[in-house]
Design a protein. Structure first.
Lengths: 597, 597
């Protein structure tokens, strides 16, 4: 199917937008009137520019408040329409979107709406054009897809059909099955947008918070399946109003948008991707270290019971291990601004297929990150710049390290890497969620917001089905400014233990102090036994319980080496979150420690 | 009256918040439970710290979902309350806020609610404490102030009274007059927040968009007057949930908060400020220039018909004039990052009283910005760092400039400075609005949002009653990141003409090109005569019309010297806006010019 993107989805002038859409591989655009109005290019020039870029103009939009109006208003509206048809003729676009009226002058009269739309369709047809009528979710009298379809049926004009927009349909939780029964050929256009579940005025929700497919909570595969069942064969066209995307690098946003369509087509089986291989765990986490951060991380790793087991054959890279927990310290990465977590590795049953899937989903991929004689190590680059290595189940990458011969420490009972906590760059939070969801086939867990000492935070978890790979993505709700304490957005690695009290007793490093006030409140909130709370308090362990009774016991280290810390977690009874409820306690304690240390 | 601030209003840990509140001069705080829970200080230590800082703890909050529950839940709630009373005793606070329940378990039964609240009040009274019951606007059964008052009356317990929160009361547009009839002594606490008018779910509106008094659209003076009429003599306490304030420098936010209370008290005549003198115009605008920007500004000023009339006696500062339009070019300011508009001057009928008012409102003031022998020139510093000079009606400041003897140019018909367009730093937009509103007694004009090529924008106009002083404040809806074109947020000076076509004909400088598409759309939108549109197009003049038929004709220069441009405006028939509708056209054209130039 052809893929289109509305110019409103991305930032910049029309030139910026067209360049970005073409570079990302789109076949066409929906041209928003505002983007045309502010452009110095004439409609003819825009047509030529689009053709040069390989872009068709699939829709001109929007034309508002047309139908079901008194006669004088109708005359003015038809006159206005003729002017827009002139522009469309010059642009070479044959379909115009007409949204259901929001005007207080509109009359609640389907017969009148149908007859006036029919008049408009007559004029359009005379110029080889057609009208796609769309029910806005906040339309004054017409706000559901089935109502707009009844009006189109009543008008019964070959140049009048429907535009279906997934946001307007799915935000109303309407009955959907009937979409498949729409007369073939009468869906003129399909607009796609996802959105998070929000309790919000629908217009505000639509204008500020739409997302690309796969980034939100809507069931777009089902919706598109129904539309395809009705015989629709036009473009899949993205129409996403999002405050962040409107302000971000359009080239990046357009790639994110294209990835969302590729992933959607994969789910629809419209276009097949290499299937996502099963993943089997987080095999290592790599930190870029220098002369300042290296020593403090080594001390912390020893205190956590890790042993420096290996030294890379050719590079200044150390391997530290404890059971299946592996940390790599890389002194060869010297770029300033490198992420605290420079890279991490995921075990795939078929690394090469994982890589082909990533490439098909426009993820920057590096098939051979190795020197001659070293294990093959494929990598892709995540939206925040972190390298994601894809390793084999036999962990052959470990053979690149020479044993140090250091006696293996007793350890502290750490078993494996439970999750990574990855603070995301502000512009790329939703992009990152879709990236991990589509490229690695990780499921979205809950998205949430919480109040923290330095402002509101948003979090989103992604994980594989058996939960051996979990990532907790976080971002500040507003881009941080000058007043952002150094500890506001650290990254971290969480290791799993089967017995956090035993682990805590075996640790020999400073852990983050937890306030007594926290334990007093905890006891009141969860009605916990006194001796249990006393144990938690003694070891600086935090506690959370989910709605089904699953429990998390966890503790943190202070921030180390500038921007990273470690966490130890014990999950009990199917707890599937990340202890976000305790993040504010951690953030305050990390700031206190920073100020007093 | 005593002034308090809820800890939730500002960013940081509890220590950050207390320090900020004390430094801004608050008498007390409302302590939010979350701030206590994450603090390493014990309640005793917090009490001592507050006492050391001169802060009382006026309220502990919140205690949620207490009343009108089944008996088993009641027992648990009372037990929970006893634990909170323990904390309150240690803190030395005697009033706890109990919000109306939002729990699905709550029963719609006023008698039950009253009797259970009475039981809670009994226990509180036994410990010398009292309960302030507040109707949340989204309470399950109790959501209006008069409903909460009926329950408190029914309970008739001396330790049970009301908490009134301006947001919860005014967001419901409830009947207010009855507030003055509440039994004296039964309003235990008063919380104040302003808010913009938004069509939004009330909970989202409350949690993200509250503002300090005078920054929003609520009539707080009337509300507080009614509360005072009911005999309330407790603190005026701010409780503002705002996403930006939660993330900004707490010291700055606390001063902004204190200014809002001082201004409110002035309006209530609770505490008198020096009255705001009448203002008579924008007397000059000063640009900081250097070797790069100076020459391009001089060329532009000549092209606009200005004459370099004066040279400062002692400093490298030039005066350029045309009728009452004055521009000062200052080569002595060399700080990097100086605002494009370094300073501007407003004529006051009593500069010294303006200054005293500013100081009373915590505006950084400089009484004597002058060398010996020069005119006295008082200045205050606006939230964005711009200096605001307060000049005398006789313009004695001009005597500091020696005449250049340059022949006076014919001019282009510019009469006076119409307005300044001041892009604000992200954290300080609402602070700036309140600053100009309170310090200079400028009225708030409309606040609006619009979509622009580089993201959504917010604008707010402020002006004096006769409109000789107008400022247009703008800010991006989200803080800008790396992808922000250099022209995204320029500042500008707009000069007024009585005949923009004559002025345009007299100009000898490049003006910003306006797209033909704009004129085609303009003709369709406003049904303008063809010859009128042709005239606008010939001169690159933009057009806007307000709902009452007032019209704005205006044109722009390109961005000059990095971050500034000029505008020429002709207002017809009472047009009172700033042509925001055309800002996207300007922004796109400025970017095209930048890319092609």
């Amino acid at each position: 199917m052809r893929r289109s993107i509305a110019t409103v989805c991305v930032s910049g002038t029309l030139d910026d937008k067209l360049t970005a859409a073409a570079a990302a591989g789109f076949d066409g655009i929906e041209l928003f009137e505002n983007d045309l109005v502010v452009s110095p290019r004439s409609p003819d020039e825009i047509r030529t520019r689009c053709a040069d870029l390989g872009l068709s103009i699939d829709l001109y939009q929007p034309f508002r408040d047309f139908e079901a109006v008194p006669p004088a208003q109708l005359r003015a509206n038809l006159e206005r329409a003729e002017r827009k048809f002139d522009v469309m003729a010059a642009l070479g676009v044959d379909t115009v979107l007409v949204c259901s009226s929001v005007s207080p002058d509109a009359v609640d009269d389907d017969e009148l709406a149908a007859s006036q739309l029919s008049m408009l369709a007559d004029r359009a047809a005379g110029r080889g054009m057609r009208i796609a009528y769309e029910a806005l979710a906040w339309g004054r009298h017409v706000s559901t897809w089935d109502h707009s379809w009844r009006i189109v049926q009543r008008a019964d004009h070959p140049a009048l059909g429907l535009c279906l927009d997934s946001f307007h349909v799915l935000s109303r939780s309407a009955e959907l099955d009937g979409i498949a029964d729409i007369t073939p050929g009468k869906i003129f256009f399909l607009q796609l947008a996802d959105a998070p579940n929000l309790s919000m005025d629908v217009l505000q929700w639509s204008r500020h918070h739409r997302l690309f497919p796969g980034q939100g909570a809507f069931d777009l595969p089902r919706f598109v399946d129904l539309v395809l069942a009705a015989g629709y064969d036009g473009p899949l066209s993205l129409e996403v109003f999002n405050d962040v995307f409107r302000q971000s690098d359009p080239a990046r946003t357009a790639v994110d948008a294209m990835r969302s369509l590729i992933a959607l087509e994969d789910r629809l089986s419209v276009r097949g991707l290499p299937s996502a291989p099963q993943l089997a765990g987080l095999s290592f986490t790599e930190f870029a270290v220098d002369g300042r951060s290296g020593p403090s991380l080594r001390v912390a790793l020893r205190g956590l019971g890790f042993t420096h087991t290996g030294q890379h054959r050719t590079k200044p890279v150390e391997l530290w291990e404890q059971a299946a927990c592996r940390v790599v310290l890389n002194s060869a990465v010297t770029e300033p601004g490198a992420a605290a977590i420079n890279a991490f590795a995921i075990t795939s049953e078929d690394p090469q297929r994982s890589l082909r899937r990533a490439e098909a989903l426009l993820a920057p991929a590096h098939p051979n990150v190795r020197e001659p004689g070293e294990a093959e190590l494929a990598a892709i680059t995540a939206p925040d710049g972190t390298s994601v290595f894809i390793t084999r189940p036999d962990d052959d990458w470990r053979s690149d390290f020479l044993p140090t011969g250091v006696p293996v420490a007793a350890g502290a009972g750490l078993l494996s890497t439970d999750h990574l906590g990855l603070a995301q760059p502000f512009d790329h939070f939703d992009e990152a969620g879709l990236f991990y969801h589509s490229v690695l086939d990780l499921d979205h867990l809950a998205t949430g917001e919480y109040a923290a000492p330095f402002g509101l935070m948003r979090s989103r978890g992604v994980a594989n089905p058996d939960r051996t790979v979990r990532l907790a993505l976080t971002v500040a709700l507003l881009r941080r400014g000058e007043w952002a304490p150094a500890v506001a957005d650290p990254q971290h690695v969480a290791f799993r233990t089967g017995d956090i009290v035993a682990t805590a007793s075996a640790l020999s490093l400073a852990r983050l102090p937890v306030p007594d006030n926290y334990y007093a409140d905890l006891a009141a909130r969860f009605a916990l036994p006194d001796d249990f709370v006393a144990t938690l308090r003694r070891h600086g362990i935090l506690y959370d319980r989910d709605s089904s009774g699953g429990e998390l016991l966890h503790l943190y280290t202070p921030v180390l080496g500038g921007r990273v810390f470690f966490e130890i977690v014990e999950r009990r009874g199917g707890y599937d979150l990340f202890g976000e409820a305790n993040a504010p306690v951690r953030m305050a304690a990390q700031r206190h420690r920073r100020l007093s240390g």
